[in-house]
Design a protein around this ligand. Structure first.
Ligand code: THU
Length: 134
């Protein structure tokens, strides 16, 4: 399935606000909630490199700040420059697993026609959970 065009447009627009003086690799992300709301975010780097925020986590954090709760994010589109279609980093995979259902859809896109698509479970199979805590 093609990445939803409205989310791709929102992710591309968010990438335009990326703060990337260190990597020069602007990433935007846009997500849809089960009740139809859209939130977006971009990567925000820092001179202390490990403190940089990825676009995916900024978008999810923005949604969470508006009251979106785990399981309510059903689609997430990431937009990146050039012909790149990288998969989300490990940290973002953990945050995606927190807020998207296992069958939630994630797409990597760019200005071309190519795309990659995963479910949240594809990105973090058998992830840590307190389910079944004894
Ligand atoms: N980045 C993202 O925003 N999302 C990812 O999934 C991987 C990488 C950002 C982090 C950093 O600002 C830049 O891309 C280069 O790693």
């Amino acid at each position: 399935m093609a990445a939803p065009s409205d989310l791709k447009a929102a992710a591309k627009s968010a990438a335009g606000n990326a703060y990337v003086p260190y990597s020069d690799f602007p990433v935007g992300a846009a997500l849809r909630t089960a009740d139809g709301r859209i939130f977006s975010g971009c990567n925000v780097e820092n001179r202390s490199y490990p403190l940089g925020m990825c676009g995916e986590r900024t978008a999810i954090g923005t949604a969470a700040s508006a009251g979106v709760r785990p399981g309510e994010i059903v689609e997430l589109v990431v937009f990146m420059p050039g012909t790149n279609l990288f998969s989300p980093c490990g940290g973002c995979r953990q945050v995606i697993a927190e807020f998207m259902p296992a069958d939630g859809k994630i797409w990597a896109t760019n200005d071309g026609e190519g795309q990659r698509e995963w479910t949240a479970n594809d990105l973090l199979p058998d992830g840590f959970s307190f389910d079944g805590l004894s």
